[in-house]
Design a protein around this ligand. Structure first.
Ligand code: 5GP
Length: 207
């Protein structure tokens, strides 16, 4: 009997806000029960319906800085004027229990993680499990419309996010996978296919 080697995945998903990423991540978590979501810390205010400890840990600037100094983050960045950071313990716990860890982070955070992993030995489980996916809106106009439809941010905030998105979109080439989110169902099929395929991938020594 041949058994599939088990490998935990460190799945990094980046997308300009309004790119449909939250819905796609929620669907992944609903389908793949071995996957845990890495709840980030942020200094921004909660939006309507967001829950502390589920969507984010909403913390003050001072608390954020204290955690930076204590080395609690594997990466952290300033996005749209607020600070965001991934807690080291989420990733460690997820991997220790044989789970996949899903991270929704911006392009700066993804670059930091890539840089860190590159300095680890090739057989390190984090490095072996790393998968990054960029989810792009079909166009900037579509993104702007989606942000307005979502109705969660003021016009000025939306314009800032659109400008930021234009910059972030230039980074898609740094990722292993690209999904252009035209239709949500098709995008989800692509995303789940990536996860399934990665679990079936046999890594060579050179990988
Ligand atoms: P939002 O405020 O719309 O929830 O997120 C804004 C941006 O911050 C998104 O691009 C999201 O991926 C990113 N983000 C959320 N958590 C983290 C994190 O822990 N680290 C980094 N670098 N970016 C994050």
């Amino acid at each position: 009997m041949i058994e599939l080697p088990v490998r935990s995945l460190l799945v990094v998903v980046s997308a300009p806000s309004g790119g449909g990423k939250t819905t796609l991540c929620e669907r992944l978590l609903a389908e793949f029960h071995q996957m845990v979501y890495s709840v980030s810390c942020t200094t921004r205010q909660p939006r309507d319906g967001e829950i502390d400890g589920t969507d984010y840990y909403f913390i003050s600037e001072e608390e954020f800085e204290r955690r930076v100094q204590a080395g609690e983050f594997v990466e952290h960045a300033r996005v749209h004027g607020h600070r965001y950071g991934t807690l080291r313990r989420f990733i460690e716990r997820g991997f220790a229990s044989g789970r996949d860890v899903l991270m929704d982070i911006d392009v700066q955070g993804a670059a930091q993680i890539r840089g860190r992993l590159a300095s680890l030995p090739p057989h390190d489980p984090l490095r072996r499990g790393f998968v990054d996916v960029f989810i792009a809106p079909p166009s900037i106009d579509v993104l702007r419309k989606r942000l307005h439809l979502r109705g969660k941010d003021a016009d000025a905030v939306i314009e800032r996010r659109v400008q930021q998105a234009e910059k972030e979109l230039e980074q898609w080439r740094a990722y292993q996978y690209l999904i252009v989110n035209d239709r949500l169902d098709a995008s989800y099929d692509a995303l789940r296919a990536i996860i399934v395929a990665e679990h079936h991938r046999l890594l060579r020594d050179a990988d």
